[in-house]
Design a protein around this ligand. Structure first.
Ligand SMILES: [Zn+2]
Length: 209
């Protein structure tokens, strides 16, 4: 079975969202230095690299990552190619592309070309509030995008994250969809089981349906 790895690599000095905790892997034991094994300690932000947002990320009292049902992270998915598309992805872009009845949808945008490149860009393809409304009304339960956030940077109070998460739509961010064509796949992006977690890194993959 063909498996497409759509995750970015976690490593020192990787691109992170401004203000996030940096990813760090520290050696605590080394065979070369006489220890019985190689072992390291990880330090990172919960939203570094390819990760999922739990409702609790923006909704006080919302489900934390360990409480989200696992079927949100696995199942049929449609990859929509908007790499030639607009910076602000609106309702009409979705109405033209997203299949009726589909529960999970990933947007490939031009951000797949720069999601692993520093510096952080302040302008990038993102979903508008109208697009988020459309997805909630269509019954989607997971939406993914390639840049580190699904929403434009602004002073408004994160309307896209809030609307999606309040309605139980899980957000998958930081994807690399460069090698993936538009179409139907099976998605798996299981998060770590972190008690009370607002989000978690995940290994996101696509498989043939
Ligand atoms: Zn996030």
């Amino acid at each position: 079975m063909k498996i497409w790895d759509i995750s970015v690599t976690l490593k020192q000095d990787m691109l992170i969202f401004p203000g996030d905790k940096k990813f760090k892997r520290e050696k605590v034991a080394s065979i070369r230095e006489g220890n019985v094994c190689n072992m390291s300690k990880l330090e990172m932000g919960a939203h570094n690299g390819t990760h999922v947002d739990a409702p609790f990320h923006f909704v006080e009292g919302g489900k934390s990552i360990d409480q989200v049902p696992l079927n949100k992270f696995y199942g049929p998915v449609q990859v929509v190619d908007l790499s030639a598309g607009p910076e602000a992805i609106g309702e009409s872009d979705l109405a033209d592309h997203v299949k009726e009845g589909i529960q999970k949808v990933l947007f490939r945008t031009r951000a797949s070309d720069f999601v692993q490149k520093k510096p952080f860009r302040r302008e990038f393809p993102h979903l508008t509030k109208e697009a988020a409304d459309y997805l909630v009304e269509s019954g989607v339960d997971l939406v993914g995008i390639d840049y580190l956030t699904i929403e434009r940077l602004s002073r408004d109070n994160h309307p896209v994250h809030k609307h999606l998460l309040k309605n139980g739509v899980i957000i998958l961010e930081g994807l690399n969809l460069q090698e993936v064509e538009a179409g139907d796949y099976i998605l798996a992006c299981f998060p770590l089981k972190i008690k009370g977690g607002d989000g978690s890194p995940c290994r996101a993959v696509l498989m043939e349906p």
